[in-house]
Design a protein around this ligand. Structure first.
Ligand SMILES: [Zn+2]
Length: 380
């Protein structure tokens, strides 16, 4: 059995933020709550967005108190602002966190209660309020994935709400917004997108449809990641990376991921390593571990990412990945990622248990034991 769907509109529009009013009017938005990353509050990008809404006669309020790993409290606060401002729709501008909050707010303002009430898969009763997402990084794919991850601080627990109903009606990809992204963020997010494509393409879930998106994402990443890292205002490279990240998101939306993501979440949780950097750090080791299960996908991924380099065996692909990651400054050991040697041994067993509890382990191409996970952590 195989299921695949993309129930939304994807618009690639350089400078599209300055035409936001037109898009909002198409969705009959009249009073919008903009949910954005904090640094956007005073940024030219937010001004462009609000100016365009003003021009279209669409009222707006703005909520920018979004932190990384957003909390249920943050969702409540944004929902309060939505209600007191009598808003009827949401526009999210930012990275994965702003989009996660926007999805959650879209549920609670329509159906009441707290976001924790909707934990799990397909618990959202119906369509959420009209919603536009404008990603400001090229990486998470959150604009095309049906998940919202919110931290419940009271329980010290990350709750996930999963439903196709959370998908924004419009995902507007404006590569112009990437021009001011720092190089390190560009590298981390681009690496995350690459790992999404690789894990989706190699895992055990049928990839007849998603594989097409994975390979095209990898082809674009091979062509543009280094160029984008070198200059984020390179319009062609920015466009390539933004489209690649969205394609990789479409791919893993229907397949889940694999061992890299299972193991990277504990690294980020315990040591605050950026998600994309933690993924890049793990990728070569996991590719080596998974190579035994290769059914020819390594060669196809190699052709997509490194079309000018001869391929004979999986090791060729892994070596090229290593040098790509090195060239964009991704750390190659836990120590290089800022993890201190003293505190690691005390938590490695907990990290292993957390990684094994991930739903991504079940679809990894090679069967995984806790011993395997701990050995990879220790080697790194
Ligand atoms: Zn990821």
């Amino acid at each position: 059995m195989l299921k695949f769907s993309i129930p939304q509109n994807i618009i690639v529009d350089y400078g599209g933020v300055s035409r936001l009013g037109t898009y909002a009017a198409e969705l009959n938005m009249t009073n919008v709550l903009i949910i954005a990353d904090p640094f956007l509050a005073e940024a030219p990008l937010a001004k462009q967005a609000t100016a365009s809404l003003d021009e279209a006669g669409i009222r707006h309020a703005m909520f920018t108190d979004v932190k990384p790993n957003p909390t249920a409290v943050c969702v409540d606060e944004a929902a309060k602002l939505f209600k007191s401002g009598e808003c009827d729709s949401i526009i999210a501008i930012g990275g994965g966190s702003s989009l996660d909050v926007a999805k959650a707010v879209g549920v609670v303002v329509k159906y009441g209660g707290e976001i924790g009430d909707y934990e799990g898969m397909n618990t959202v009763p119906g369509p959420i309020v009209p919603f536009i997402a404008i990603p400001t990084t090229a990486g998470t794919g959150s604009e095309v994935t049906s998940f919202s991850v919110i931290t419940d601080e009271a329980r010290n627990y990350k709750l996930t709400v999963g439903s196709k109903l959370l998908l924004p009606a419009y995902a507007i990809l404006d590569p112009g917004v990437l021009a001011t992204v720092p190089a390190r963020v560009a590298a981390a997010c681009g690496t995350d997108a690459m790992v999404h494509a690789i894990e989706s393409f190699t895992n055990t879930v049928d990839s007849t449809f998603s594989g097409m998106y994975s390979l095209e994402a990898l082809r674009l990443i091979g062509k543009y990641l280094k160029r984008f890292y070198a200059r984020r205002d390179d319009a062609e490279a920015a466009r390539g990376m933004m489209v690649a990240a969205t394609m990789a998101g479409i791919a893993f939306e229907s397949t889940r991921l694999g061992l890299v993501h299972a193991m990277s979440h504990p690294i980020s949780a315990f040591f605050h390593v950026a998600h994309g950097e933690a993924n890049g750090l793990l990728l070569p080791s996991v590719l080596e571990f998974n190579a035994l299960a290769d059914k020819g996908q390594y060669e196809l991924m190699h052709e997509a990412l490194f079309p000018d380099v001869e391929y004979y065996e999986p090791e060729d692909f892994i070596n090229e990945i290593r040098s790509l990651l090195e060239s964009i400054g991704i750390p190659d050991s836990l120590e290089a990622a800022g993890v201190d040697r003293e505190s690691f041994p005390a938590v490695v067993e907990q990290m292993t248990r957390d990684a094994m509890a991930s739903g991504n382990i079940a679809v990894n191409p090679r069967a995984v034991t806790p011993k395997d996970v701990e050995a990879i952590y220790r080697a790194l």
